[in-house]
Design a binder for this molecule. Structure first.
Ligand code: SF4
Length: 721
């Protein structure tokens, strides 16, 4: 045993961070966690990254919320209570308050403690009043990809059946919404076709727009292993990262040029006859239209100036792909978070269809999912246009099925997405919101607009484990349970449904999230009586095709991949779509994509391109990892990565404080001289409230996936003093 002492319990669970979903064993006493170790599973073979191994102590942090809080009268009208994000100096702020993101001394006095009865009655009565006076569409809910499947299912059921609106969404909208839009349109399913470990059987792995080493570290170890055993790795990215050292080809493209680059690769595949004619004929439609576009507009020579990759290198990459017996494509936010995110994903899908890389070992499409349950939260229906299992709210028969199951009439209109909800709140069209486990004030684009929207709400309920930046705008704050204090299922990037098991009791009066949601529903006149998460899972699974036959018990120690026909004896489907796609005619569809520029291009005043993302040690808005001692010590401060040539032209030395401004705001943070970016491009991680990258980002949306363009906006840099 890792920890050998009296009274230590070993609880098998799953890592609370990324979509890899590593199996862990938590070593705990009755009231504390001592250590976390990796467990044998097809997902991680006992491996863990630094977050999974050391990032658990946030659950024991003294700033945990332990009682319901209600805003005091004198703190209206609402606004941010901590210092303004733009005015901050990240180095002094974060060092003076280690791990403290929100200034608790300033913020807590705005709230008074309340009993659960008082808080829940207030929540239920205010939501009910808004619904009855203004209609259900004046309400909205943000769930979270940190919720279990059971919590996500119940949350969307509350919004749909009790609030009477489809205005329910979560951070998938900021993550792979565009990928899912493209996948649903072209191959009829938004999930991965092959598990990531299948890279071991691929002749070629294409990793694009993904820093897997930082964001999916254990999955990256499978890629590195595959390379050592002969797989050729092609990396296409705006930034250089650690997996480039393992790559046969590295194409450092200009941000926003993915469509041009992949169209040029397809141009070469067609002109050099490296496509799979049999597959195209038997399994696809729309090839002639795509062929015409890429042959006309995207020769490597035409494309070189658009994407910054030499024509001959484009040809070599295309030949490596075209001559391979199998290719598996992995992608991340670098593909998805653009106003052309859906087009970017359509191109990757076309690339696989054209080369027949589908439905076999070592082939297919794997959008690497970000959060530990972003796949599951989407499967469970935390999406405004679909019920659980992607069943459209606009389909009358499907709607009737859910109306019958839930015993209420449901809205036939698709709801608003995350950023659309913010815009509607700003205009006063959304009056009440229930935010469960998300922190839009830091995670969503164009912070100043989000601030206005949150302050403009008549009634905001935030349910979380810490007083988040978003909670500063709340009318009521409900103390929830951390990952280690509840049991539920989580679906990883592979579609593997695993059970996360309770280790500790919630602190103080904090409660399990599903119990809080059920209480609000019941107090609004819609009784929700469940004995356990397993019972909620049963109801959810019964309304789906993909989770049918799965139960908590059948998931066992290492979970099952959906779909799973015989969960008693099988692990589930490793590879999907071997003979046909779940589209109306069974064929995969080519969608031609002309090149469109990013929404906001650099000019003389704002000459740099900003791209945002994550670092290995931190997680999203930092509520968890910045309260983890080891992780915060490793990466305590915000920074901006700038190419040394740009810094020297600006007369700024490395490590100096700089002011970065866009048309939407300014932040001050430390410059880091680093040639992983190209001259003219800068990178800022978005974890740090005191130098919040999203003050700068644009809320322009992809028209299909409605995902904001986090990966491209125009900025300028000046010395801070
Ligand atoms: Fe957790 Fe992801 Fe790291 Fe695995 S790779 S330990 S799931 S953060």
């Amino acid at each position: 045993p890792i920890v050998d002492a009296v009274d230590v319990r070993d609880v098998d669970s799953v890592c609370p961070y990324c979509g890899v979903g590593c199996a862990v064993t938590v070593h705990a006493t009755d009231d504390t966690i001592l250590a976390v170790s990796g467990r044998e599973s097809p997902v991680n073979h006992e491996r863990l990254c630094v977050k999974g191994r050391y990032g658990w102590d946030y659950a024991l942090h003294p700033q945990r919320l332990t009682k319901p809080l209600i805003r005091r009268e004198e703190y209206y009208p609402k606004g941010p209570l901590s210092p303004e994000v733009q005015d901050s100096d990240s180095r002094t702020k974060s060092k003076s308050k280690p791990g403290g993101i929100v200034d608790y001394d300033t913020v807590l006095p705005a709230f008074r403690e309340a009993t659960w009865d008082e808080a829940l009655d207030l929540v239920a009565s205010r939501f009910k009043a808004i619904r009855d006076e203004r209609g259900g569409d004046a309400l909205a809910g943000f769930g979270s990809a940190k919720c279990s499947n059971e919590e996500a299912y119940l949350f969307q059921k509350l919004i749909r059946a009790v609030f009477r609106t489809n205005n329910v969404d979560h951070c998938t909208r900021l993550c792979h919404a565009s990928s899912v839009a493209a996948l649903m349109e072209t191959i009829g399913s938004g999930a991965v076709t092959n598990v990531f470990a299948d890279v071991a059987r691929a002749d070629v792995a294409l990793l694009t727009g993904s820093h897997a080493g930082a964001n999916h570290p254990v999955a990256a170890t499978f890629m590195k292993e595959a390379v050592k055993n002969g797989t050729k790795l092609i990396v296409v990215d705006v930034r250089r990262h650690d997996l480039v050292d393992f790559a046969t080809h590295f194409a450092q493209i200009h941000s926003g040029s993915d469509v041009a680059f992949y169209n040029a690769v397809m141009h070469v595949l067609i002109t050099e006859d490296l496509v799979d004619h049999d597959f195209i004929k038997a399994r696809t439609e729309g090839f002639p239209e795509l062929r015409e576009l890429v042959l006309r507009d995207f020769s490597p020579e035409q494309t070189e100036p658009m994407c910054g990759v030499a024509a001959e290198e484009i040809r070599e990459i295309a030949r490596t792909i075209g001559r391979a017996g199998s290719m598996l494509v992995f992608w991340g936010m670098g593909i998805a978070q653009h106003t052309t995110g859906t087009d970017n994903a359509r191109c990757l899908i076309s690339l696989c269809l054209m080369t027949g890389n589908m439905g076999r070992p070592g082939t297919g499409l794997h959008p690497l999912r970000g959060q530990n349950n972003v796949q599951g939260a989407s499967d469970a229906g935390l999406i405004p246009m679909v019920y659980p299992d992607y069943q459209p709210v606009t389909n009358k028969d499907i709607r009737q099925k859910f109306e019958q199951a839930w015993g209420v009439e449901l809205s036939p209109d698709p709801g608003l997405t995350v950023v659309e909800i913010t815009h509607a709140a700003l205009q006063g069209d959304i009056a009440g919101m229930y935010v469960l486990g998300e922190n839009p004030f830091v995670s969503d684009p164009n912070t100043n607009k989000v601030r206005g929207a949150l302050a403009n709400l008549d009634f905001l309920v935030v349910q979380d484990i810490f007083l988040t930046e978003t909670a500063e705008f709340a009318d009521v704050i409900l103390p929830a349970s951390s990952y280690f204090e509840k049991t539920g299922t989580f679906t990883n990037t592979d579609r593997r449904v695993q059970v996360g098991r309770q280790v500790l009791d919630p602190p103080g009066e904090a409660r399990a999230d599903w119990q809080i949601t059920a209480e609000i529903a019941s107090r609004m006149g819609y009784p929700m009586d469940y004995a356990s998460p397993a019972e909620i899972f049963e109801e959810f699974a019964g309304l789906t095709k993909n989770y049918q036959r799965l139960t908590h018990e059948r998931l066992g120690a290492t979970g099952k991949l959906w779909p799973c026909t015989h969960p008693e004896t099988e692990d589930g489907a490793q590879i999907l779509f071997g003979d046909k796609f779940p589209t109306p005619n069974g064929r995969g569809k080519f969608v031609p994509c002309p090149f469109l520029p990013a929404d906001e291009l650099p000019n003389d005043e704002y000459p740099f391109v900003l791209t945002t993302g994550r670092v290995l040690e931190h997680w999203h808005t930092g509520t968890m990892t910045r309260r983890s001692r080891a992780l915060n010590a490793l990466q305590p401060d915000a920074f901006v990565v700038v190419h040394p040539q740009d810094l020297s032209q600006l007369g700024i030395s490395g490590e100096e404080l700089v002011r970065v401004s866009s048309r939407r705001g300014t932040i001050v943070l430390a410059a880091r001289s680093d040639n992983t970016v190209s001259p003219g491009t800068i990178f800022i991680p978005f974890h740090f409230r005191e130098a919040a990258a999203n003050v700068l980002t644009t809320d322009a949306l992809d028209p299909y996936g409605k995902i904001p363009e986090f990966k491209f906006c125009a900025v300028k840099i000046d010395a801070a003093v």
